[in-house]
Design a protein around this ligand. Structure first.
Ligand SMILES: [Fe+2]
Ligand SMILES: [Fe+2]
Length: 270
C-alpha cells in the first residue's frame, strides 16, 4: 500500500503511508504496514494471505508505517518482528501553532501480549531470513541530509528533537543485486546507501524502492542528493510515499526510465 494506486480499475486504495509485501524462496515478509485501512483492503483485493507472513520489518515508529500491525495481528500472531529499539518512542510532530501532534505507533506495546509474536529490537544490521537483512541504525555522515525540525520525541517528560535513530532500511540480496527498501529515509537516502555499501563492500546496489522524504528539500539539497545517487549507478529507482512531486520530477529528469512510481499494485521481480 502507498499514497497512490498504480492500476486503474484494480480496486486498490491509497492511504498516506507505506507497506511492501515481499516473497522470497523461503519467506513471506512485510516491510512496514501502512496506517491500517489500506493494508486490510489491498491484501484482500490482491489475495495476499496475511496469516502466512513469517517476518515483519518496521522501518521506523511513525503511525503511517506501523498502524497496520493492528489488522495484521487479527490475522496472524506468530510472526517475527524486527525494528530498532527506539521504535516505540513517543513520537510527535510540532505544528505552527506550537502544539504537538502524536505521530508514533498508535497503540501500546501490550498489543503483543498473549501473542506468539517474537519482537527483536536491535540497532545492528542483521540477517533476518536467508538473503534478507536489516540495515540497523544509519549513521548521519554527510552535511546535506538533515532531519526535519518538526519531528520530536518525548523522553522522561521532556520534548526534544527526534534524531529518528530508529529509521532503517531493509536489504534483499537478490539475483540482480542488492535491492534496498526504504520507509521514509528520514536519515537520508545517501546516508542509507553509503551505510549499506559499507555493510556489503562486495555487492552492487541494483535498486532502491520506497519513500525518500524530500517534499521540503531545497533545490540545492535535491541536486546534491541526485549527484550522490548517480555515483551508485542504480538500475531501478522506485519512488513511493513521501518522496515528493518535485523530487520525483528531478529524479525522472536525471535518471530517465530507471525511475518509476512504486505505488499500490506495482509488482517487481528481482
Ligand atoms: Fe512516512
Ligand atoms: Fe516517517
Amino acid at each position: 500500500m502507498d499514497n497512490s494506486v498504480s492500476l486503474s480499475g484494480s480496486g486498490l486504495i491509497g492511504e498516506h503511508g507505506l507497506s511492501l509485501y515481499i516473497e522470497t524462496e523461503e519467506n513471506k515478509i512485510l516491510f512496514d504496514t501502512g496506517q491500517n485501512l489500506a493494508l486490510a483492503h489491498n491484501t484482500n483485493v490482491l489475495d495476499i494471505d496475511l496469516s502466512r507472513i513469517d517476518t515483519v520489518v518496521i522501518s521506523h515508529g511513525h503511525y503511517d508505517h506501523t498502524g497496520g500491525l493492528k489488522h495484521l495481528l487479527e490475522k496472524n500472531t506468530t510472526f517475527s518482528l524486527y525494528a530498532h529499539p527506539d521504535v516505540f518512542d513517543d513520537k510527535l510532530r510540532s505544528r505552527k501553532s506550537g502544539a504537538f501532534k502524536k505521530i508514533g505507533i498508535p497503540f501500546n506495546k501490550s498489543i503483543f501480549d498473549h501473542t506468539a509474536v517474537q519482537i527483536h529490537l536491535s540497532k545492528d544490521s542483521d540477517e533476518i531470513a536467508t538473503g534478507v537483512f536489516t540495515s540497523g541504525e544509519i549513521p548521519q555522515e554527510n552535511d546535506f541530509e538533515t532531519i526535519e525540525s518538526q519531528f520530536h520525541v518525548q523522553r522522561a517528560g521532556e520534548i526534544i528533537p527526534d534524531p529518528l535513530a530508529d529509521d532503517q532500511a531493509m536489504i534483499l540480496d537478490a539475483q540482480k543485486g542488492l535491492v534496498v527498501l526504504l520507509g521514509c529515509s528520514h536519515r537520508g537516502v545517501v546516508n542509507t546507501l553509503d551505510h549499506i555499501e559499507k555493510l556489503f563492500p562486495e555487492k552492487k546496489i541494483h535498486a532502491i524502492i520506497g519513500g525518500l522524504h524530500l517534499g521540503k528539500a531545497s533545490d540545492a539539497v535535491l541536486q546534491k542528493i541526485i549527484d550522490h545517487l548517480s555515483a551508485f549507478e542504480l538500475e531501478k529507482i522506485g519512488v513511493s510515499h513521501c518522496t515528493g512531486t518535485k523530487a520525483m520530477l528531478a529524479l525522472f529528469e536525471r535518471f530517465k526510465d530507471k525511475v518509476f512510481i512504486n505505488s499500490a499494485g506495482t509488482v517487481n521481480l528481482f
